[in-house]
Design a protein. Structure first.
Length: 82
């Protein structure tokens, strides 16, 4: 691998699932649930976490509120380190 050839082993990481694709899939599912009446709040943290977990597949996510804001979330994924 080119990274190892240049002495970079263990210095580069990325998420195992593309954030933009995962977020789009989660947002569409969340909006669908809201439109169908499965959830009634525009901000349902547990439903949002479920949507993201499904979009992430086998990869673990950590989702938390930022600075005690009710509708601002931080999302952290597992890493793949090269």
């Amino acid at each position: 691998m080119r990274i190892a050839e240049k002495g970079g082993t263990g210095r580069f990481s990325t998420w195992p699932v593309p954030f933009s694709m995962m977020s789009t899939a989660a947002a569409v599912e969340y909006a669908k649930m809201y439109a169908e009446g499965t959830i009634t709040s525009k901000n349902d943290p547990e439903a949002l976490k479920k949507c993201y977990a499904e979009a992430a597949g086998e990869y673990k996510l950590t989702i938390s509120n930022y600075d005690n804001k009710d509708n601002f979330y931080l999302i952290l994924s597992d890493y793949l380190t090269y």
